[in-house]
Write a protein that binds this ligand. Structure first.
Ligand SMILES: Nc1ncnc2c1ncn2[C@@H]1O[C@H](COP(=O)(O)OP(=O)(O)OP(=O)(O)O)[C@@H](O)[C@H]1O
Ligand SMILES: [Mg+2]
Length: 227
């Protein structure tokens, strides 16, 4: 999953570095520190995208933290192979401090996993405590990357989009029908989410077979979200 680290010379790794550069350029007018990564449907590549993007930021000497905002089916701890004990939900209920919930994957890349899977994820991510957590992390890191559940089945990501600087919409080229992406886009626009770009994953070769590597395509909303 961590292609930027495991195969840095691959085309896929280069695509994540390009995504990083594009985000850095899109923060020229307004500083973009906290970024939500979401998609219309499950399994489109959110966690893979966020993990590799975090590695790319860290390699460019940015201090970055990946926060698992998917309190339903959390997997960030698996991506980085760290323990899921004490994470976001434990901070939100006041069981542990922010510092106690941070795992150091590397010097520049820290991780806050989900922690205990809560019975009320929607309520938790919509809480003032969640907002405060993101604010607090913004003081400590250059970039806060927040993973999330898909937008269409549950409201969590839509809510998070209201208090982050920007949102990236991930879409698997073979799976997301246009309607799904369009609906996800509409849900974000409804709450004035600031969509800073779209990442297309699982891009097919001309032969019709999906690339085995991580092909991604990134574009700004104005050019590429038009449907
Ligand atoms: N750019 C890509 N190209 C090819 N395959 C990819 C790409 N990104 C992710 N995948 C594959 O798609 C599958 C789902 O990826 P991932 O877990 O990142 O999705 P997700 O959106 O986080 O899923 P969930 O909604 O369950 O949290 C994995 O098997 C992963 O290897
Ligand atoms: Mg995921």
């Amino acid at each position: 999953m961590l292609i930027v680290e495991n195969n840095p010379k691959s085309i896929g790794a280069e695509a994540y570095r390009t995504l990083r550069t594009n985000i850095q350029f899109s923060s020229l007018d307004k500083e973009i520190k906290s970024i939500l990564v979401t998609s219309a449907y499950p399994g489109e590549g959110k966690t893979t995208t966020i993990s590799n993007l975090a590695l790319a930021f860290a390699q460019a000497d940015n201090k970055v933290i990946v926060v698992d905002g998917d309190l339903r089916k959390p997997t960030v701890h698996r991506a980085f192979e760290v323990t899921n004990i004490n994470g976001v939900s434990d901070v939100l209920i006041g069981k542990v401090s922010i510092g106690e919930a941070i795992k150091e994957y590397s010097e520049n890349l820290h991780v806050m996993t989900c922690g205990t899977v809560p019975p009320n994820p929607a309520e938790m991510v919509a809480s003032q405590a969640m907002k405060k957590l993101v604010e607090e992390l913004s003081l400590r890191y250059d970039y806060i990357l927040i993973d999330s559940p898909p937008i269409l089945p549950v409201t969590d990501a839509q809510v998070i989009s209201t208090f982050v600087d920007g949102t990236i919409l991930v879409a698997a080229s073979s799976e997301s029908e246009k309607q799904g992406i369009k609906k996800a886009h509409e849900q974000l626009m409804k709450v004035n989410g600031n969509i800073i770009g779209a990442v297309i994953t699982k891009v097919k070769k001309k032969s019709g077979k999906a690339y085995s590597g991580y092909q991604i395509y990134y574009g700004s909303e104005s050019e590429d979200m038009k449907m």
